[in-house]
Ligand binder design. Structure first.
Ligand SMILES: N[C@@H](Cc1ccccc1)C(=O)N[C@@H](Cc1ccccc1)C(=O)O
Length: 722
């Protein structure tokens, strides 16, 4: 079905063009969408394992790991401005994509190298000896990646748009949808694959989690992305930059402001637009183009709020999932895997919207303009947060009653040989049987307590509890040495289970994956995943195996009696410190569905809108402006996280939902006053007003193009659209 049309007329240049087409689409876009697929695979694949790399390879704490992660993501969406300036003012989109993709691929390779622990593991203990080396290399890699991914992002979408001609507006819209589908197909595959690669073991001297493979595969995909893009070289429509356009724009705006200020007296006649104050010095065409861009950028002001909600999928919603159960019967879903629901829904919703919903709305005679779609998209995102709030209320009903910052909580575990009557001053009386525990935690609003046991003679001991903490009073076989052990006071991370053992056996014990445990001692908590787990308990020649099936997010203390080996571990008793999660993760599906529907309406439309409303020479700049709204949204998330949260998570979700509703109302008012433009038409009109007749325009354009073509002596088809 390939058809080479050499009679296509560009609307303004009237120059005969040659574009290879397939089914009405330029063939060149095939290379662009495949390039985007590979690039997004590379980006999201690397991102999927980044926090774990910080946390478990570089051994950073949770706070540092998440802060650096968010700073990296914000940087990725700030660098598009740089890429756009380079593309529109200097190198053009084609060369910018090639050069910055090389930077990007080098960054990915650097990152992959930084994860090879063997490079600095001289003592071969499985951990790097020189962390500074690995940190420096990975930071260099991340900076190059941010520069590359952000830099090419506004150029690739705009470059794809450039491949279409004036009469292909329908295909252009489909292109943006297909482009979005490729982004999500790439990100879906990589977010599923890279964590699996990471979980493999590899290494030269010692076998460790395979980060080099998890980062290496995205690096290979980035190289493939570059090769694919270069392969399409001969087929692209390449629009050239028109000098340092950004500098001209800044100077023109500066002059308009200065000139307006100089003529502020009411004796000077008003001008239609404040940019018209640049008329004295600047080209009318440039002023008209700046007006178009400013109009759109003004409209972008409320948009970061959408991303503020959208980007919480990866943080707050994943945390919410850690307090839920991911047992779907046929398969188990980990909390962070819930995020893959987003690209899966995108892959189904984009075609449904494009082929069914939007045409149906059109058939009903409703004008569902791009800005209306974006407003509705915002409202969907707000509804998603209302749904998240309702789920949170359900979860809160099942969560333990954690102590406030002024309270302390205490539980008692008895491994003494008989039932004990435990009195905690002033008036708490507990009857605890041997190898049992108090029913639940007792809450105190003071820290100093005295514990008395009804032994003969009575044993009394004073303790000071931790403010805001949860503790267990362990009564061992010798009650005179009873002691406090600190407990977990929040749900274990990532939906794991926190477990520990109290040794009631008469000698030291070895338990799988735990240090040796002395008699009467209690191990620290160990995190174990959901599912059946086996532990081998050993003392000298004696051993027995203890198996237990775990759910999500529970905490247990296992009490080992002195008879443990004689009854083959059967007598080990379990104290449930925290109940497993009982609200099912499937309840998050409605909120994912709503936010993804919002994304399709808001993000895909915004991408198209930013392209269609930008003048030819500032397409990348407006794409960068669009991506910047995301960076600002991410920064708002960081600020809100720093400022502290509302006491109840569901209230915070409702607050965000209300804020977005308020913002969408403001946006709809702004959108009401926005008139859609055809930048090419306005530019042609201004040229006409300037006295540049179509013939002259044609001549001027042809001369410019011929000069360019001679200079570059490029092969393939070249086309310039105004
Ligand atoms: N739906 C997202 C991709 C995604 C995949 C896996 C988990 C979460 C998200 C998407 O399509 N992203 C696009 C558009 C975008 C979104 C946010 C900020 C900038 C761009 C992308 O280009 O990555």
């Amino acid at each position: 079905m390939i058809n080479l049309t050499d009679e296509k007329m560009d609307k303004t240049t009237k120059k005969k063009k040659k574009t290879a087409e397939c089914c009405g689409y330029p063939i060149s876009i095939f290379f662009i969408v495949v390039n985007e697929f590979c690039e997004r695979f590379s980006y999201y694949g690397m991102r999927a394992v980044l926090v774990l790399y910080f946390r478990y390879f570089l051994l950073w704490d949770d706070d540092l790991a998440t802060s650096i992660y968010h700073a990296f993501v914000a940087l990725c969406y700030l660098t598009p401005i740089l890429g756009a300036i380079i593309a529109d003012s200097w190198l053009g989109k084609f060369k910018t994509i090639i050069y910055l993709s090389i930077v990007y691929a080098i960054g990915q390779v650097t990152m992959a190298i930084s994860t090879i622990h063997d490079i600095t593991d001289a003592n071969r203990d499985g951990t790097p000896d020189n962390f500074t080396f690995h940190i420096a290399l990975s930071m260099l890699g991340l900076i190059l990646i941010a520069l590359g991914t952000g830099g090419i992002k506004p150029c690739v979408a705009a470059f794809g748009g450039d491949q279409f001609q004036e009469h292909q507006s329908r295909q252009l819209n489909t292109f943006f949808s297909v482009f979005y589908l490729c982004i999500n197909a790439g990100s879906l595959l990589s977010t599923l694959i890279t964590p699996v690669l990471r979980a493999q073991e590899c290494g030269i001297h010692t076998q460790q989690q395979c980060y080099p493979l998890a980062f290496g595969v995205p690096a290979v995909l980035m190289v493939i992305s570059l090769v694919v893009f270069i392969a399409g070289s001969g087929m692209y429509v390449k629009t050239d930059p028109e000098g340092n356009i950004m500098w001209s724009v800044c100077k023109c705006i500066g002059f308009a402001i200065k000139n307006r200020f100089r003529h502020r007296s009411s004796s000077y006649p008003k001008r239609e637009h404040w940019m018209d104050w640049a008329n004295e010095k600047y080209d009318k065409l440039l002023i008209a183009q700046i007006k178009m861009v400013l109009k759109v950028l003004f409209l972008y002001i409320p948009l970061p709020m959408f991303w503020t909600l959208f980007d919480q999928k990866g943080s707050r919603w994943t945390l919410q999932a850690t307090t839920m159960s991911g047992d779907f019967g046929a398969f188990i879903l980990q909390p962070d895997q819930m995020q893959t629901v987003n690209p899966i829904l995108i892959l189904t919703l984009v075609p449904i919207m494009d082929r069914l919903i939007f045409p149906l709305i059109q058939k009903c005679g409703l004008n569902f303009s791009p800005l209306k779609r974006m407003t509705v998209g915002m409202l969907f995102a707000a509804m998603a947060f209302v749904s998240a709030a309702l789920v949170q209320i359900e979860i809160d009903k099942t969560l333990p009653n954690f102590p406030s910052s002024s309270e302390s909580q205490l539980k008692v575990v008895n491994t003494y040989s008989t039932t004990l009557n435990v009195t905690i001053s002033p008036n708490e009386h507990l009857l605890i049987e041997s190898f049992g525990s108090s029913a639940d935690y007792v809450t105190f609003d003071h820290q100093d307590i005295t514990v008395s046991l009804n032994t003969n003679p009575v044993i009394t001991k004073a303790f000071s509890l931790i403010k805001g903490g949860r503790q267990t009073l362990i009564i061992p076989s010798d009650p005179t040495v009873m002691y406090l052990k600190e407990d977990v006071k929040s749900k274990p991370r990532e939906g794991k289970n926190a477990i520990r053992f109290v040794n009631g056996y008469t000698a030291d014990l070895n338990i799988t994956n735990l240090d040796s445990i002395e008699p009467s001692a209690t191990t620290n908590y160990t995190l174990v995943n959901q599912g059946k787990r086996d532990f081998v308990l050993r003392h000298g020649e004696q051993w027995c195996e203890f198996s237990r099936k775990f759910g999500f997010g529970a905490s247990y203390t296992f009490l080992i009696p002195s008879t443990v080996f004689s009854d083959d571990c059967e007598s080990i008793t379990e104290v449930e410190d925290m109940k497993p999660n009982s609200v099912h993760m499937a309840l998050q599906i409605p909120q994912y569905f709503l936010i993804t529907t919002g994304e399709v309406m808001f993000s895909v439309t915004g991408l198209q809108f930013s392209y269609s409303q930008a003048p030819k020479n500032m397409k990348s700049v407006l794409q960068a402006g669009w991506l910047c709204t995301n960076a600002v949204g991410n920064i708002i998330v960081l600020i809100v996280a720093e400022l502290g949260k509302l006491p109840k998570q569901w209230a915070e979700y409702l607050l965000f939902a209300s804020l977005l509703v308020a913002v969408s109302i403001i946006f709809s008012i702004m959108a009401y006053f926005y008139t859609y433009i055809d930048p090419a038409e306005i530019e042609a009109q201004v040229r006409k007003e300037q006295g540049l007749e179509p013939e002259e325009m044609e001549k001027e354009t042809l001369e410019m193009e011929e000069k360019d073509e001679d200079q570059k002596n490029e092969q393939g088809v070249k086309q310039t659209k105004i």
